[in-house]
Design a protein around this ligand. Structure first.
Ligand SMILES: [Zn+2]
Ligand SMILES: [Zn+2]
Length: 310
């Protein structure tokens, strides 16, 4: 099979993350990702993977690949993104993380940490301090991810807070990172100019969405045979014709050309994926039993002081 372009947003939080909106339930995420024309998403809550299976189930029979993962906070307060092929692997990392994650969540101060099923029913509230740092070093976290055969990506390296460059000042030579993630504020071209010493790494961009409207705001176009973690690994290494596609290439043009060449009509989502849909047209739903119309910010006024956490 010939590689084709897949649109990936590998950094999306659910309502399990204390700083995410409560309406970030599995179906809302899947629906919004499809509306944005994404092919692959990664679920990466802070220090936990308890909602990944629910999102994977919500995407069953939909044209969307969900890769389970986590955003681990190291003891140096560096955010490392883990991406796996199976929920089992993500849960194995979670075991390691939980063994080294001290503290208990204060929902008043940090926000609720809601565990849900695929229908957004509340199964419970995670009591751990997911907003906190683990006792694991950057090396330990990256090695743990590698030993579980996952992708280890340094999150939002262009950000001062919680980015590896902002926290450590450099990337250790021997660290086995698979790529560097950029926030929506920095293009890959800018990053290559700004960080020439790290040109050996693949740069990818993700939304780091904490609310539904942010999903797919930025993404990475990848030339893959199929939307799997192993194919993404090859693309990040530039192996076997797989690669990260430059940002000035519109993936929808590729998709359209490919479909036309196959004698198919343009697919839904091929057109005008950049448009912003009005908020009221999105299927916003709160977890059942949590009260109507309240975002996490209104639940927890103290959040304002923590706005830098993402
Ligand atoms: Zn994040
Ligand atoms: Zn982060």
């Amino acid at each position: 099979m010939m590689p084709r372009i897949f649109k990936a947003d590998l950094h999306i939080h659910t309502c399990l993350s204390p700083c995410a909106e409560l309406n970030m339930g599995p179906k809302t995420i899947v629906q919004q990702a499809l509306q944005q024309g994404l092919d692959v998403i990664g679920i990466s809550d802070h220090n936990s993977s308890e909602n990944v299976s629910a999102v994977m189930r919500a995407a069953q029979d939909r044209n969307l690949k969900v890769l389970p993962g986590m955003e681990v906070t190291t003891k140096e307060e560096v955010h490392i993104l883990a991406v796996f092929d199976s929920a089992d692997r993500a849960l194995q990392l979670q075991e390691i993380v939980y063994e080294h994650l001290p503290g208990e969540n204060d929902p008043e101060a940090f926000g609720l940490q809601v565990v849900v099923n695929e229908d957004h029913d509340v199964l419970g509230f995670n009591k751990r301090l997911l907003a906190g740092a683990t006792e694991l070093s950057v090396e330990q976290v990256v090695d743990s991810i590698c030993s579980l055969d996952g992708l280890a990506i340094a999150a939002h390296v262009d950000r001062e807070t919680f980015g590896i460059l902002g926290q450590l000042g450099f990337i250790p030579e021997e660290l086995h990172l698979d790529g560097l993630e950029l926030s929506r504020h920095t293009s890959r071209e800018e990053a290559k100019r700004r960080f020439p010493e790290y040109a050996r790494y693949a740069f990818l961009r993700s939304s780091d969405a904490h609310s539904a409207t942010d999903i797919g705001k930025v993404w990475t176009s990848l030339l893959l045979v199929e939307p799997s973690m192993q194919e993404i690994r090859k693309a990040l290494r530039g192996e076997d014709g797989r690669r990260v596609v430059p940002e000035d290439v519109n993936p929808n043009v590729f998709r359209l050309q490919e479909r036309v060449s196959m004698g198919l009509r343009p697919a839904q989502g091929d057109e005008n994926y950049r448009c912003c849909r009005p908020r009221e047209r999105l299927a916003l739903s709160l977890p059942k039993g949590l009260g109507p119309g309240q975002s996490r910010k209104s639940w927890t006024p103290a959040f304002a002081g923590l706005a830098g956490v993402s």
